[in-house]
Design a protein around this ligand. Structure first.
Ligand code: NDP
Length: 287
């Protein structure tokens, strides 16, 4: 039996519809949510991501600004820009596009922590991370939030399920742990020291692969009928992207699976739009 394919575009459209309606509601109250993205340097992939965010904002009626700083910008120039945006009431969301150029990369944490937590639409500020861990309403990193939202929209139950996450990064693995635990899954987080990995992953009703290793997860690592969410994006040739899951073999055993490309990646931008709405509401004291 072949797995149900969880197409990102279907879920992404539904998430955007929700965000569009929320934006319209805010506009009816005289408030236009605004996102400002700061991009430093000329990384081509980052430029594509930023253009995509700008386009999606425009599509949903969110005011969108992009501040492009030169490659040789200093840490202080970036911090000054963030301070100015923090003080601007027309800016509801601030996002610093990563990765930063190598000269200021080591200051990434300080830079991200300078963003007002109420405007931190990436959900990377320690204040928001702390709120996520304690279960308070907050701004949550877009990719893991999108995965959970997709499970809900697909009608896949999380409560009481055994979830296994491969990867423990701050932007995917760790927030995913807290989101799934908050939804009453029993969660195991694997990483490069987990032994033997396949034995742990085979216990999963919901398996999330976020490791950055092309086609690493093979059919023998998956429990029959499991839901497999592939967060990985790996470029194996100039025009060929694959996930962390060996899609062709795993789809023959899984119950549901996300493709790459065309899966989780599409949800990330839609969830960013949701976060701009959430940030605006939080700044208004609404939840
Ligand atoms: P990181 O490199 O920060 O983290 C990778 C994690 O995978 C680490 O915890 C690492 O373990 C673990 N890992 C690596 N190799 C193995 C292995 N052989 N066995 C078990 N665990 C392993 O990656 P990110 O979390 O930032 O991203 C993961 C993937 O998701 C990437 O492909 C990235 O491109 C993609 N991504 C996609 C997004 C989207 O929008 N769809 C958004 C963000 C990321 P350890 O901690 O021990 O080193």
């Amino acid at each position: 039996m072949t797995a149900r394919i969880l197409e990102g575009k279907d879920f992404s459209a539904r998430i955007k519809d929700e965000a569009r309606a929320a934006v319209a509601q805010l506009k009816a109250d005289g408030i236009t949510p605004g996102l400002t993205v700061i991009i430093v340097g000329d990384n081509p992939a980052s430029q594509v991501y930023v253009r995509n965010k700008h386009k999606t904002c425009e599509e949903l009626g969110i005011r969108s600004d992009v501040i492009a700083l030169p490659e040789d910008s200093t840490k202080d120039q970036l911090l000054d820009t963030i301070d100015r945006l923090n003080a601007d009431p027309a800016v509801n969301g601030i996002l610093v596009q990563l990765p930063l150029p190598s000269a200021i990369k080591s200051h990434e944490q300080e830079i991200l922590e300078r963003i007002d937590p109420l405007k931190d639409v990436d959900g990377f500020h320690p204040f928001n991370v702390g709120k996520l861990v304690t279960g308070a309403p907050t701004l949550v990193p877009c990719t893991p939030a999108g995965c959970v939202k997709m499970l809900d929209l697909a009608g896949i139950d999380i409560d009481g399920k055994r979830a296994v996450i491969i990867g423990r990064s701050n932007i995917v693995g760790k927030p995913m742990l807290h989101l799934l635990m908050a939804r009453h899954a029993t969660v195991t987080v694997c990483h490069s020291h987990t032994k033997p990995l396949g034995e742990v992953t085979r216990e999963a009703d919901i398996l999330v692969a976020a490791m950055g290793r092309a086609k690493f997860v093979t059919a023998d690592m998956v429990k029959p009928g499991a839901t497999v969410i592939d967060v990985g994006i790996n470029r194996i040739a100039p025009k060929k992207l694959v996930g962390d899951v060996d899609f062709d073999s795993v789809k023959e055993i899984a119950g549901a699976i996300t493709p790459v490309p065309g899966g989780v990646g599409l949800l990330t931008v839609s969830m960013l739009m949701q976060n701009v709405v959430t940030a605006t509401r939080l700044q208004l004291g609404r939840h």
